[in-house]
Design a protein around this ligand. Structure first.
Ligand SMILES: [Zn+2]
Length: 143
């Protein structure tokens, strides 16, 4: 039976989800959190590294910080995009103020920056705020 690896965005546990269960609200075997939510979830650096490396579902990260005006403007747009892309990709947010090592590790030069990961590597990145429709188009072209 084919299965997909999905890192739990709450506890960091890597789950194997049978393909036919992907659309049925799969939950983490360790903590019970939903694995596919359609919400832009805030995660930490360790979880990001794990998910970017292991996951079989594409992952899109919004690197942001609370002091960044364009980041805050983009937040509701990113959330809307996450909702319309539910089940195709997982959309997450990483606070670069709380995770200061992220900037150097992912070579982030300015925020907001979005990066798309698929198949264990980065496929595409984009700096600057975008409206929801622009984010959706960008994601579809990236993964
Ligand atoms: Zn979990």
């Amino acid at each position: 039976m084919a299965s997909r690896k999905l890192t739990c965005l709450s506890c960091g546990q890597v789950n194997r989800v049978p393909e036919e269960r992907l659309g049925a609200g799969p939950k983490c075997g360790t903590c019970g959190a939903g694995l596919i939510s359609g919400k832009a979830v805030e995660i930490d650096l360790a979880t990001l590294q794990k998910a970017a490396r292991n996951d079989d579902l594409p992952l899109v990260v919004d690197f942001w910080a609370p002091w960044c005006g364009p980041c805050r403007m983009m937040a509701p747009e990113f959330a809307k995009a996450a909702d319309s892309l539910a089940g195709q990709v997982r959309m997450v947010k990483l606070n670069t103020e709380e995770n200061p090592q992220a900037g150097a590790l992912y070579n982030i030069r300015g925020i907001p920056t979005m990066a798309a990961f698929a198949g264990g590597r980065e496929r595409k990145r984009q700096s600057g705020a975008m409206p929801a429709a622009g984010i959706v188009d960008w994601v579809k072209g990236a993964v």
